[in-house]
Design a protein around this ligand. Structure first.
Ligand code: NAD
Ligand code: TDX
Length: 354
């Protein structure tokens, strides 16, 4: 194989990472894509069965918090670029067990930055890029009708967002101090296929199918800005190839919903798709104790990436939500394996083969 570039994608077995890996493997046959993932509860090689045999794809099981392992990996592959997505990603888990978020999101990111700096400084960083994927949650909670800009001050409110904010600061510090070529993106809430059923939409789709309660935190008035995951992956592709070194780009759908309005829309679409009488799924709504420190509103201003790099979402929310529901309805086995833990044995079978 004639490899033009070797790219490390971390967290490629997770929700967003799997879409990024697929896009890069399919779009760039002359790149070698190395997917590094620890396969935590959120990592699932079943997300990648369609590309796992591609000649330009390699999977490496490993932990970004292990500095020696990461240094060795950088020596094994002479990476040209890193797209860093691996993280502990669920706010509720960060409230229960914050230290795992520090270890993976902060220490893991610094390990990758160190390895990239050490491996690349000899070549004066020529043609190299460290791309850090982050979240709008670092900007905190909006209580008026303004939007998050790239210049908005950081004000993280949860252990998860504090760990992501810290990792963002380290990436910028390495750019400033060591001249490491970096680019960052901060994206709003993603939805789509392959999302672990702890996040709002896949959890509720699964619960509706199984006639289980839909736990709405607080009054359901919190607002999120939803983006189809494939549009996030497209944005990552564009920023990786055309983004200006040292810059940050906000990515979002200009698609704000209160949780309760979104849940009612989901219930309506689920009733239609499952052939149930209208109002059946809504009866499952159950208001529960609010999330501790629940951020009220997130909303991204994505003008910069649109004006400078020409990225805009490719699907409307109605299309994206419908595609997403259809995917979960067509992939019940995927959900059952995750929720029964059987996907671990799938992985063992896959991994031993290699
Ligand atoms: P996810 O939880 O679905 O996937 C995370 C992946 O990282 C998993 O495959 C997991 O196995 C892997 N991982 C975790 N710890 C690891 C470690 N120590 N070493 C190696 N791999 C490890 O997360 P996601 O929703 O796909 O998010 C991916 C990235 O995008 C994260 O950095 C997240 O902060 C960011 N982000 C997510 C959203 C969203 O709405 N989901 C929005 C904006 C930004
Ligand atoms: O059972 C639930 N009930 C409920 O009301 C769950 C799981 C969530 N919610 C609410 C909390 C939020 O206001 O729905 C909203 C969305 O919740 P999550 O899906 O947990 O996402 P959020 O906390 O907004 O964070 C997500 O977007 C930004 C991702 O998990 C992060 O990784 C990303 O950085």
């Amino acid at each position: 194989m004639n490899t033009n570039k070797t790219i490390l994608i971390t967290g490629g077995a997770g929700f967003i990472g799997s879409h990024v890996v697929r896009l890069f493997v399919n779009s760039y046959p002359d790149y070698l894509i190395v997917n590094l993932d620890k396969l935590t509860y959120a990592g699932n090689l079943a997300n990648l069965t369609d590309i796992e045999k591609a000649p330009n794809y390699v999977f490496e099981k490993g932990d970004i918090s292990d500095a020696n392992y990461i240094q060795t990996l950088f020596k094994k592959y002479n990476f040209d670029g890193v797209i860093h997505l691996a993280a502990e990603s669920h706010v509720d888990r960060s409230i229960v067990a914050p230290m795992e978020f520090v270890v993976t999101n902060v220490i893991g990111t610094v390990n990758l930055l160190n390895a990239a700096k050490d491996a690349w400084k000899g070549s004066n960083y020529e043609g190299k890029l460290f791309y850090h994927v982050s979240t709008d949650e670092v900007y905190g909670s909006l209580h008026d009708d303004s939007f998050f800009l790239e210049t908005t001050s950081y004000d993280p409110q949860s252990p998860y967002s504090a760990s992501k904010a810290s990792s963002d600061h380290f990436v910028r510090a390495y750019s400033n101090t060591y001249k490491l070529p970096v680019v960052l993106t901060n994206c709003s809430n993603n939805y789509g296929p392959n999302q672990f059923p702890e996040k709002l939409l896949p959890l509720f789709i699964n619960n509706i199918q199984n006639n289980k309660a839909l736990p709405v935190y607080g009054k359901g008035e919190n607002i999120r800005d939803w983006l189809f995951v494939i549009d996030h992956a497209r944005a990552i592709d564009i920023v990786f190839h055309k983004g200006k070194r040292g810059e940050t780009y906000n990515i979002g759908g200009h698609n704000e919903w209160t949780n309760i309005d979104l849940i009612r829309l989901l219930c309506k679409q689920m009733d239609q798709k499952l052939g149930r009488a209208e109002g059946t799924s809504e009866k499952l709504i159950s208001y529960v104790t609010d999330r501790a420190g629940h951020d009220f509103r997130y909303a991204i201003d994505a003008t910069k990436i649109k004006d400078e790099l020409g990225w805009v979402p490719s699907v409307t929310f109605e299309q994206g939500l419908s595609l997403t529901i259809d995917w979960y309805l067509a992939n019940k086995k995927w959900m059952e394996e995750i929720t029964s833990g059987a996907y671990e044995s799938y992985y063992e079978a896959q991994y031993i083969k290699r």
